[in-house]
Design a protein around this ligand. Structure first.
Ligand code: GLV
Length: 311
């Protein structure tokens, strides 16, 4: 089989995949056009439209990331070609750590102490125990479920939400519209790990933000499209006095890199990080890619992306 890799780090993926799949020919987008046309499979992260159109008899696409939004929104995406995405693949653990950092930031008042430091103000706040700090995780896919389990094990009462009912040990699971309203009313920190789909776009808006208790905080290592930015800024207030929302830690944005003119960069209650929460370590991802390619090539069935659902 011939596999064409497109990735910022394509040569590393090419080498690693070639040693994992000695039976395959692994190409990069640097290969000549006639070679690229013969590719049986694409293993890609954010490929250009032209690359998706090139292969003449494509048998499958492997998305070298967890979110398939960029691929599904690409006008060059051929219809009826199975898509396989990475599931967790070592990303959930660093994302869980990112979320832990965010939770401690608010639960241990680091945000308040930082503002106080600027004023040279020495004042200790009474500590709120973790067991009095309920956390909501929206999205219980491979990553969301793992992150919810991690923070529940840390001692935060953890609520999870998904479209359809789920069961996760140690996590109070909610589903559907009513479940979302219930969860929002109960949590001090809200974590977004939903995929970017038409159904999740701007799920964080004036209405959902107004359901959060006064002084709640938001952590988004998921997708930028989940948040209506105007509603977020409104809920955060002017930055000096605490608004309805106490603060937000954001790793994903509708446009990346976050444009220089964005008001999010300088907002005193927002922490911006450059989509770094969940890097994809090669090891586990390679195992998944190699196994998916072998399964597709053998004509066996495997878990593929549902383009209508968007994940
Ligand atoms: C990164 O954002 C991914 O979807 O893997």
């Amino acid at each position: 089989m011939k596999v064409l890799v497109h990735h910022d780090d394509a040569e590393r993926w090419q080498k690693a995949l070639a040693s994992r799949l000695p039976e395959a020919e692994i190409l990069t987008s640097a290969a000549p056009t006639d070679k690229r046309r013969q590719a049986d499979y694409l293993a890609v992260w954010k490929p250009p439209e032209s690359l998706l159109r090139e292969p003449e008899a494509l048998k499958g696409i492997i998305n070298l990331g967890a979110g398939v939004d960029a691929l599904l929104n690409n006008p060059g995406l051929p219809a009826d070609v199975p898509i396989v995405k990475l599931r967790d693949a070592g990303m959930a653990e660093p994302i869980g750590d990112y979320v832990r950092y965010g939770l401690l930031h608010f639960q241990r008042d680091f945000d308040r102490y930082r503002r106080q430091q600027r004023r040279r103000e020495w004042r200790e706040h009474a500590m709120t125990d973790k067991d009095d700090w309920p956390v909501g995780v929206l999205g219980l896919g491979a990553i969301g479920a793992r992150v919810a389990t991690m923070i529940a094990a840390d001692g935060f009462p953890t609520h999870g939400w998904s479209r359809s009912p789920k069961h996760i040990d140690g996590v109070t699971c909610h589903h559907g519209d009513n479940g979302l309203a219930t969860l929002l009313g109960r949590v001090k920190s809200l974590v977004l790990l939903l995929p970017d789909t038409p159904a999740t776009r701007h799920i964080i808006n004036d209405e959902t933000l107004s359901r959060l208790p006064e002084g709640a905080s938001l952590i988004n290592p998921g997708r930028g499209s989940l948040i209506n930015e105007a509603a977020l800024l409104d809920a955060l207030g002017d930055g000096e006095t605490e608004g309805r929302l106490r603060g937000a830690i954001l790793d994903a944005f509708p446009e990346e890199p976050l444009p220089e003119a964005s008001p999010l960069w300088s907002h005193p209650r927002i922490r911006v990080t450059p989509h770094m929460a969940g890097p994809t370590p090669l090891g586990e991802a390679l195992d998944q890619v190699a196994s998916a390619l072998r399964t597709l090539e053998a004509g066996e069935s495997l878990d593929t992306v549902d383009p209508t659902a968007g994940y």
